[in-house]
Design a protein around this ligand. Structure first.
Ligand SMILES: Nc1nc2c(ncn2[C@@H]2O[C@H](COP(=O)(O)OP(=O)(O)OP(=O)(O)O)[C@@H](O)[C@H]2O)c(=O)[nH]1
Ligand SMILES: [Mg+2]
Length: 249
């Protein structure tokens, strides 16, 4: 993946993520939709860096030129089918529940509550705003306190189409990611779509790998439950037939 900087990742871990095939499924929410595992992802960063635009580009492929300030939190979701290339039979459907949080300072006491239990974090700044980059340490400290200890953290330098207004070099982003033990660094543009899908997919693949044993356990429990239900149903049918036979009606 050309846009990936691989901060903090060895090339082996990197290669192994390439061994996961993925497919984004149509996003029709509903109780019948097959889903093996649910992950919570939060998007954080200063107001105006493009958090909502990133989520909307990924989930609905839309972009708006207006800054519609997020109040509290907005939600989106993605269904992704994952499959290890080496295990053709084993496919897993992962649901990514995306929490797009408000960047404005006035909401921060509320938004902190939403960080709890996050499995993945998109720590976002704008490459055209040094201020949004300078605030990253503050956002990172907040999120590390509240999210899961093994959360996947991705640094996202958005608005990369604004090259002529760039205030933060790509090298500065890479350095920050390395120094802060961040899993990956991407530059993106929600406006042109550049790098957006790669960011969400790479985070999802990392989540999938990090939680593989839990995913398999959850799948097994579900299969056992379904099998148990089927056996019970067969037994009930048998009992009903028996009763009918015995009463002669
Ligand atoms: N040129 C360009 N503009 C963008 C990009 N992403 C977002 N914008 C613009 O930046 C402004 C803010 O985008 P939002 O997505 O609303 O920002 P936000 O981070 O969600 O802001 P809050 O909800 O206030 O925290 C809007 O005017 C968008 O059109 C991008 O990649 N390139
Ligand atoms: Mg927003």
């Amino acid at each position: 993946m050309s846009n990936k900087q691989g901060a903090g990742q060895s090339s082996t871990a990197d290669d192994s993520l390439e061994n996961i095939d993925f497919q984004i499924l149509p996003n029709k929410d509903g109780p019948t939709k097959k889903q093996d595992y649910l992950f919570k992802m939060i998007i954080i960063g200063n107001s105006g860096v493009g958090k909502s635009c990133l989520m909307n580009r990924m989930t609905t492929n839309e972009f708006t030129e207006d800054h519609e300030v997020t109040v509290g939190v907005e939600f989106g979701s993605l269904l992704i089918k994952m499959q290890e290339k080496t295990e053709a039979q084993q496919e897993t459907v992962v649901k990514l529940q995306i929490w797009d949080t408000a960047g404005q300072e006035s909401f921060q006491s509320i938004t902190k509550i939403f960080y709890r239990g996050a499995h993945a974090v998109l720590l976002t700044y704008s490459i055209a705003s040094q201020l949004s980059f300078s605030n990253l340490s503050h956002w990172l400290a907040e999120v590390r306190q509240q999210s899961e200890a093994d959360a996947v953290i991705v640094l996202v330098g958005n608005q990369k189409d604004r090259e002529s207004e760039r205030e933060v070099s790509r090298e500065a982003g890479e350095k920050f990611a390395k120094e802060n033990n961040i899993d990956f660094f991407f530059e993106t543009s929600a406006k042109t779509s550049d790098g957006v899908q790669q960011t969400f997919i790479m985070a999802s693949k990392m989540l999938y790998r990090r939680h593989l044993s839990k995913i398999r356990q959850a799948k097994k429990q579900m299969q056992d439950k379904i099998r148990g239900r089927k056996l019970q149903q067969q037994q009930d049918n048998k009992d009903a037939q028996e009763r009918k036979k015995n009463c002669g009606c």
